[in-house]
Each structure stands twice: as C-alpha cells, then as structure tokens.
Design a protein. Structure first.
Length: 565
C-alpha cells in the first residue's frame, strides 16, 4: 500500500486530498481546502504577478507613527525653550504642561497658536491682527478688488507675510514663536540615509521649462507604428523622442529634466562630433522628480526664500493654491537657509536671543542629565540650538557592530568575578568596510586573476583561451602597480581592467577576457575610494593625497572608537 497526497494550488487557496492505494482498492483518507486570507487589492496584485509582502502595509503604518512621534518630540522641546524665553502667547502657554509632562499639551486642550478665544464673546479670534492688517495694506496696493467692499484675505496667509518681514524688520516674539513652530511642521524633503549617487559627480541634473520652436519628423522607429521626432527648443537644444502620432508642440512650452555629462573640471563633455553630451526626459506632470526639480528651480531663479516666494506669488495671484501646487516637494536646505536668516536678523531686535544666561537655562532644561552634550553646546547660540539641535536635528547612525559575525578561530577567555567561572568570549570578525579587509580582498582578487587571449596562433594552429597573464604581469613590481591602480577604484569590471594602461590592450580588448564572470562588476577598495572622493569634493584635495601614514591615522580615528565604527 502506498499513500498519495494531491494538492490543488490556487491563487488564494490550497486544496488537498490524501489517498491510500494498493493493487485492489483506493481509499480517501482525508481531504479539504485551506483559504489564504488576503484582501482583494493584494489578490489583484498577486494575479498580475506582483509579489506583495504581508508586512509592507504594517511597515508603512509604523513609519508614519515614528514620523509623528518625532514631530511631537521636537514640538515639546520647542515649547520648553520658548517658555523659558517667554516667547509663547499667553493663551497658548496656559495649555501646555511644564510640570509633569514637559512641553506636552494638557489633556483635551490643544490650542492653535494663531487663534485665541475672546473672553467676552466666547468666539475664536486671530491673535496677530496688527501683522494681518499690514498684510491687507499690501494687498490693497496690488489686489484692491480682493479686499474692497468688506472682503478679506485669509488670516493664515499672515505666516508668509511674517516670514518675509522677519528677514528685514522686527517682528513680535510671539510671532517668531509661530514661525518656529511652523518650520517644525514643514521642514522640507531630506534624503535620510542614502549616500549621494556616484554619478552625481559626473552628471548634472537640472529642470528646464523651454519653448518648442520647431518639430521635424524623422525615420521609422524599431517599435512598430512609431517614428522619431526632433523637437528644436528655444535655446537651440534638440530633444529626440518617438511617438505614434505627430507632435503638435510648436509654440508650446514643455518641462524637461535635463541630464548633462560633465568632466573632472566641471566642463560639459562632448562626443566625437563635438556635440555636448546631454539627455532629456519629459516626464508626466505628476512625476515626483519633475515636481521637485521644478519647485527648486522656480525658488532658485527667484533669488528669494521659500516664504518670500510664496507671499509674493500670492500678491500677484491670490487664487494660487499653495500646498500641493505652488510648493510641493523641496529640499530641506531651502527651509534651513531661510530660518537661519530669520533668526540672525531677529537677534538684532530681541535681547533674549543673545542672553547667555537664558541660553544656559535652556540647555539645563533640555539636557539636565546629559552633561557631555550640554558642554558641547555651551559655546553655541540660540540659532544653532533651534536649527541643528531641535527643528532640523538628525540623529546619528546607530552602530551596527552587533551584526558583524564572530570569528570562528579567535576568542578570549576570562574569569567572571561574580560567579568565579571561566567565560569564553568570541572576537568579532573584521568589518567589510575596514580598509585592511578591503586590501585583503583586493589581493585575493589579484591572486586568482587570469587574463586570456580568446584566440592565438600556436605552432601554426589556432588555440582558444591562451593564458597570457605572465606576459602582462612579469615582475612583482607589475603586480604591485596593478594593485595600486585598483586600490584607488571603487569597483572594476572586465572592460575597465583590460584598459589598464600597462597592459596595452585598449585598442583590441574584444580579443581578450578575464577568468571571472564577464558581465559582472567586482569591488575594489570602496572605503579608500569614498575617503578620496570626500576629501577631493570638500577640500579640493587631489585623489592621490592619501599616503600610507595618513591612511593609518584615518583608520585609527574611524575604527578605534566604538561609536565611530
């Protein structure tokens, strides 16, 4: 007798049956089905071949919670500092607990800083009417029809008027508190953990809004039914693209993301015909990259801060929608630059922002038990405290030394004083980012490296894959020179290696190959390349500046202290 298990696998269920079978009969032992609990949207994605993680939705919610918690923590810290400075409006400060839950709102009481309740009428009223009236006077000059006959502009636009005014004139301390809390909420986009892409040093990505002056139809495209079209832009550039229908772009203004190849000197690269190497992308209007580049380009070309740019745009066109239209996605540096300029100017008018006693009191309030950090901030000022320690604070990366595996060969033994027993403690393996490991891996790569000629005539006959490594690397100095050349690189592939100047194979590299995977890129000394890149970018230091002595000093700084590992 044998047992047969049958399975019917569906998109959201599994059917099963277990059968006992011998020569004379078959018997069903059991059967059933298991329904996989999935929502309809996930099932739809699964049917289309898109794998969807069951934890992806929970991860998204968790990220949202963390963003909210960090925003509330920054707001609480701001409340505590502004309370010591006596910058908070009276109605707002009364609703905050500074005794037990420092900086948090009292339960069931979360007021608006710009609105307060009138004690007589019981109705809500705007708290900064003087500045609002000043703003209305501006609108009377540019948009008299908007404020005539009793019509009013929104009170909330006052924040943009104050952000512009604060750059040149005194504003009230309560108004400055409103601005600080507003910046805490709208901080701009920031690439949190990603390093700058390597191609950023060789490419320049910019936004352009250009008028099309001519469109020429070209040859047939490889795609059936499409043709190539060349659109000549106002500045002389030519944008080529395929389309199934003729492009009726003449006289229209189109948005482009333009990527320009640049050399080491910052000059635009050119091809063999002397034409500048530049590529175009015409994304959809809701494309995230387009929105970001367009917004940043508009602000930069205006030579204004974000707040001034928004306020001036409202003066010219009061029907302009701000959130989601005028300003959607923008780098954090724009907001940080604006707030720094505002604080620098307001220090001329508010003595509290220059008081060392109040500054030390704020440090005691925030870091009563952290003397080291309190001392590190002692020589700073309120501008630094607001910008870098509260509103735009970015926590340092946590050490991930715990993820490095234990060495299987080395360990240390010690006696636990509390128990008197012998304890065996493993030693951590070297980190992959450590320069010594990078050099070891590179030498290992060279040890196994072989260069082959794909075809060569030997004794009158054609022989395939002839090992010519010994012909290219004859002496020990040749190997050391190749190592030094690779040691300055982040990675290498077959094409780049065969172009090594000492080999002399650049003109006919197609006739040779290495013994590694031909279309794969292998790492070299990534850490050294990164250090060289940072130094040359920040301090204009040549890439060959790092001698062995300087490297050893940097290794000691980077890896001797655990927090810096």
């Amino acid at each position: 007798m044998k047992k047969i298990l049958g399975l019917d696998l569906g998109t959201n269920s599994v059917g099963w049956a277990l059968i006992n079978q011998d020569e004379s009969k078959s018997e069903v032992v059991g059967l059933g089905s298991r329904i996989i609990p999935m929502s309809q949207d996930i099932l739809g994605e699964f049917d289309r071949g898109n794998s969807v993680s069951q934890t992806a939705e929970r991860t998204g919610y968790r990220g949202t919670r963390r963003l909210r918690e960090r925003y509330l923590l920054r707001r609480e810290r701001l409340h505590r500092v502004l309370n010591i400075l006596n910058f908070l409006p009276e109605h707002y400060g009364k609703s905050i607990d500074f005794e037990q839950h420092f900086g948090k709102f009292i339960d069931e009481s979360e007021p608006k800083i710009a609105y307060r309740r009138n004690e007589v009428t019981g109705k809500m009223e705007f708290a900064f009417m003087n500045s609002f009236n000043e703003m209305v006077a501006n609108f009377k000059l540019t948009q008299p029809h908007l404020v005539g006959e009793g019509r009013q502009v929104p009170h909330d636009w006052t924040i943009y008027y104050l952000r512009k005014k604060a750059l040149a004139a005194k504003i009230e301390k309560e108004e400055l508190a409103w601005i600080l809390l507003n910046f805490n909420q709208k901080r701009g986009y920031y690439q949190l953990r990603g390093e700058e892409p390597e191609e950023e040093q060789k490419k320049r990505v910019e936004f352009y809004s250009l008028k099309v002056v001519n469109v020429e139809e070209g040859e047939e495209s490889r795609t059936k039914g499409e043709k190539w079209y060349s659109a000549t832009l106002k500045n002389g550039w030519v944008y080529r693209r395929t389309s199934k229908t003729p492009l009726d772009w003449i006289g229209k203004t189109k948005d482009f993301i333009v990527t320009t190849d640049i050399d080491e000197n910052g000059e635009v690269k050119r091809d063999k015909d002397g034409v500048e190497k530049r590529s175009f992308r015409a994304p959809l209007e809701d494309d995230w990259t387009l929105i970001k580049k367009k917004t940043e380009a508009d602000v930069e070309h205006s030579n204004k801060t974000v707040g001034t740019y928004i306020y001036d745009a409202l003066l010219l066109n009061p029907t302009q929608k701000i959130k989601g239209k005028l300003v959607r996605t923008i780098e954090r540096k724009f907001y940080k630059t604006e707030l720094e300029a505002i604080l620098t100017k307001q220090r001329e008018f508010h003595k509290e922002l220059n008081s060392r006693e109040l500054y030390q009191a704020c440090l005691e309030e925030l870091y009563g038990n952290n003397e080291a950090h309190r001392n590190s901030l002692g020589a700073r000022d309120f501008t630094h405290l607001f910008l870098n320690d509260i509103i735009f604070y970015q926590r340092p990366l946590k050490s991930k030394k715990s993820l490095i595996s234990n060495c299987p060969f080395e360990f240390r033994i010690y006696i636990d004083k509390s128990t008197g027993t012998e304890v065996k403690e493993s030693i951590k393996s070297i980190a992959k980012s450590h320069p010594l490991y990078q050099e070891f891996r590179l030498w290992q790569f060279l040890q196994n490296l072989k260069i082959y000629a794909k075809e060569r005539i030997v004794d009158g006959g054609v022989v395939a894959d002839v090992n010519i490594t010994q012909e290219l690397l004859i002496t020990e100095e040749d190997w050391v020179a190749l190592f030094r050349w690779l040691n300055d690189r982040k990675d290498v592939d077959q094409k780049a290696l065969l172009k090594y100047p000492a080999f002399g194979l650049k003109k006919e590299i197609d006739k040779y190959r290495w013994n590694y995977v031909e279309d794969k890129t292998y790492p070299c000394n990534e850490t050294r390349a990164l250090i060289n890149s940072r130094l040359s970018k920040v301090a204009n230091v040549p890439t060959d500046f790092l001698t062995r002595g300087i490297e050893e000093a940097l290794w000691h700084i980077l890896y001797s202290v655990e927090d810096k590992a």
